[in-house]
Write a protein that binds this ligand. Structure first.
Ligand code: NAD
Length: 255
């Protein structure tokens, strides 16, 4: 059976680790050619190699989403290798692999606040700007932004991260309005607390397990729980859906 993304080309920022890696694997499994655009070049190349070994089309590129030149090179390389760009998953963020402090609001440094916004928010904007001219020329495109359940529920710490993810909600709605005439859909997925760390210590496992108590579905969330929503927003099944945010958290934030 043909995959739902046969012939499509998908860029996943931050696709070298964690949930982004799961997106890359699943989109490739659905038939997409995949560009793993990731600040950790070794991880980008490793995921691309893993996909190639499984018979998929993939490349890995060192990309810093907070750098305009870097994301423009990303789009050019994707176009040069695969001839089109259908899907952009704006997944890269300062989160676990590039860690953040989980500090109270008045203990976060100005430098960390700026880096958080530079990657999570400005990076989403810059990567979108880099691919939209290509999507416009095709008359088709799917941009999927990644927010967080914390943006809808609030959180008792890391206000810089939560603020960056809340901004993604407004960014999604505004960009959807601006590029709808080009037949480009812009949607958003808001994951719940997900066990995405590669070698989680006991403290991390305890934190991810504690989230179970807040959910209708009583289990730990894994990266694979999120991939179906990404395939939906990347595929023709969502061609008349734009500006929406889908919460994927096992029924913790019921909005
Ligand atoms: N794990 C969770 O509980 C959870 C919950 C809600 C939302 N999210 C979101 O899901 C996404 C994936 O998170 P994750 O849990 O896999 O964490 P992660 O830290 O493993 O993934 C983020 C990826 O982005 C990459 N990255 C960081 N800075 C970059 C930059 N400047 N340019 C390019 N790549 C960069 C990292 O190397 C990493 O591969 C993030 O957007 C995160 O905010 C995660």
């Amino acid at each position: 059976m043909a995959g739902r993304l046969e012939g499509r080309v998908a860029i996943i920022t931050g696709g070298g680790h964690g949930i982004g890696r799961a997106y890359a694997l699943r989109l490739a499994h659905e038939g997409a050619s995949v560009v793993v655009a990731e600040i950790d070049e070794r991880a980008a190349l490793a995921v691309a190699q893993e996909l190639q070994s499984a018979g998929h089309q993939a490349i890995g590129l060192r990309t810093d989403v907070s750098d305009k030149n870097s994301v423009e090179r990303m789009a050019q390389a994707a176009l040069a290798r695969f001839g089109r760009i259908d899907v952009l998953v704006n997944n890269a963020a300062i989160f676990a692999t590039v860690p953040m402090s989980r500090a109270p609001f008045d203990e976060i440094t100005v430098d960390e606040w700026d880096r958080m916004m530079g990657v999570n928010l400005k990076g989403t904007w810059l990567a979108s700007c880099a691919v939209i001219p290509v999507m416009r020329s095709q008359g088709y495109g799917k941009i999927i932004n990644i927010s967080s359940g914390t943006a809808l529920k609030g959180s008792p710490s890391r206000i810089h991260y939560v603020s960056s993810k809340a901004a993604i909600l407004g960014f999604t709605k505004t960009l959807a309005n601006e590029v709808g005439r080009d037949n480009i859909c812009v949607n958003c997925v808001a994951p719940g607390s997900t066990l995405s760390e590669e070698n989680p210590d006991d403290g991390i496992v305890k934190m991810r397990t504690a989230a179970t108590a807040t959910r209708a579905l009583k289990r730990v969330q894994t990266p694979e729980d999120l991939t179906g929503a990404i395939v939906f927003f990347a595929s023709a099944d969502s061609d008349f859906i734009t500006g929406q945010t889908l919460v994927v958290d096992g029924g913790s934030c019921l909005h």
